[in-house]
Ligand binder design. Structure first.
Ligand SMILES: [Zn+2]
Length: 171
């Protein structure tokens, strides 16, 4: 695995992740550690590389990454380099980018702003109570809530469809 990693045979097939390159490598390693298959990881790398290329094209910096920015990406009429067949990006595709953005937020690379004045959805309040009951520290609970807040508008509330990379070490 490690040896193949260096080869990056298909790197040319992907868009250039530009300034996200370093974070994208770390992210894909984190996914591998969580047991994601190489194929799945490639899907993430492809999506994030596209996101990086798009950011670069729009003259955006890493500090510009926020939810609006992801929404803009989700809606962009794609004419980016990389030979994509479709000119729109799918929900699944955007979800991968969101997972990456969450990762950057968790790593404290960026701080994704959520609208704190908005009342917390009932689902998240229940979630927080559940986590607190399981002995998680308030700060950790807040971070989980924030991550969920990021994802809810994109994913909707049908929770059975969620497969975000929540850390399961609390087991
Ligand atoms: Zn594009």
């Amino acid at each position: 695995m490690k040896a193949n990693h260096k080869k990056r045979v298909s790197a040319k097939r992907f868009l250039n992740p530009c300034f996200l390159k370093h974070h994208l490598s770390a992210f894909s390693e984190a996914l591998a550690k969580k047991g994601f298959t190489p194929l799945t990881i490639r899907g993430y790398v492809d999506s994030v590389a596209h996101f990086g290329g798009w950011l670069q094209k729009r003259g955006k910096l890493i500090s510009d990454i926020d939810l609006d920015c992801v929404n803009e990406f989700a809606a962009h009429h794609c004419s980016c380099q990389g030979g994509r067949r479709k000119d729109t990006v799918s929900r699944k595709y955007v979800k991968r980018v969101l997972t990456f953005v969450m990762y950057l937020d968790e790593q404290r690379v960026i701080e994704v702003k959520t609208n704190v004045n908005e009342p917390m959805p009932a689902l998240l309040t229940q979630f927080a109570t559940y986590l607190e009951e399981r002995g998680l520290r308030p700060l950790t609970v807040k971070r989980y809530q924030r991550s969920m807040l990021l994802l809810l508008p994109k994913l909707g509330t049908s929770t059975e469809k969620y497969d975000i990379t929540v850390d399961h070490r609390t087991r």
